[in-house]
Design a protein around this ligand. Structure first.
Ligand code: HEM
Length: 203
């Protein structure tokens, strides 16, 4: 068993694993994304049912919550940028992992931002959790010129779902294929496994 300086109860990130704050952002937002995509899937495949209406009624509020959370998570990530655990694998794999993270973050910001912008700029106003954050304007714009924002939102959101599936599959491959430390660091906050098992000394 390798000695580890952290036991998963640390608030901030360390080179051995993610702290409680990062793990709460990660898994809390993952749950909200499950909710958000449930609302989108029901909207497409079960339109006009009460369950779809219920979930769709939460789409703006949960989407807005995710937007605020990703901004806070980004700030927390920047504050911890020098003490995050390193990626596993060869150089190109580490670069691919970083590129994948940048794409995921960019999508998490852009997808809700497009619709918040559309709601405000089109004069429809913006209401979340029953609170009118931005009132509708007296003379709303016709709206058709804002179709590009909803088209981009829909396209990027389904693309994001595909990226999430790849991200989750790779995390499981690290845990059960390579049997390295990657997934442990986001679940337990530390790992007794080596980061690169193939390079670890054998006794
Ligand atoms: C990260 C957060 C979000 C995700 C993952 C997400 C996901 C999706 C998905 C997958 C669809 C496609 C449904 C379909 O194919 O018809 C969709 C549609 C839609 N979303 Fe979001 N959404 C998010 C945030 C928001 C926000 C904040 C708003 C409002 C301000 C919003 C408003 C809408 C609307 C109005 C549509 C229907 C667009 C259309 O059919 O033209 N979404 N969303």
């Amino acid at each position: 068993m390798s000695a580890t300086a952290v036991d998963g109860r640390q608030m901030s990130d360390t080179h051995e694993g993610f702290g409680i704050v990062s793990r709460t952002f990660h898994w809390g937002m993952a749950l909200l994304f499950v909710w958000q995509f449930t609302s989108a899937i029901l909207h497409v495949f079960a339109e006009d049912t009460p369950v779809a209406a219920f979930f769709w009624g939460t789409h703006y509020s949960v989407g807005f919550t995710l937007f605020v959370l990703v901004l806070l998570r980004g700030l927390w990530g920047l504050a911890n940028v020098n003490n995050r655990p390193p990626h596993a694998g060869a150089r190109f794999e580490r670069l691919a992992a970083t590129a994948g993270q940048v794409v995921l973050y960019a999508l998490m910001v852009v997808i809700p931002a497009l619709m918040i912008y559309r709601a405000v700029a089109s004069g429809r106003g913006f209401r979340v959790y029953g609170l009118q954050l931005v009132p509708p304007s007296e003379t709303p714009a016709p709206g058709s010129e804002f179709a590009v924002y909803s088209n981009a939102h829909v396209l990027l959101a389904w693309t994001f779902l595909a990226f999430i599936a790849i991200h989750a599959a790779l995390a499981l491959y690290h845990a059960f294929g390579r049997r390295d430390a990657t997934l442990d660091r986001m679940t337990k906050g530390y790992s007794e496994r080596p980061l690169n098992p193939a390079d670890a000394p054998r006794y």
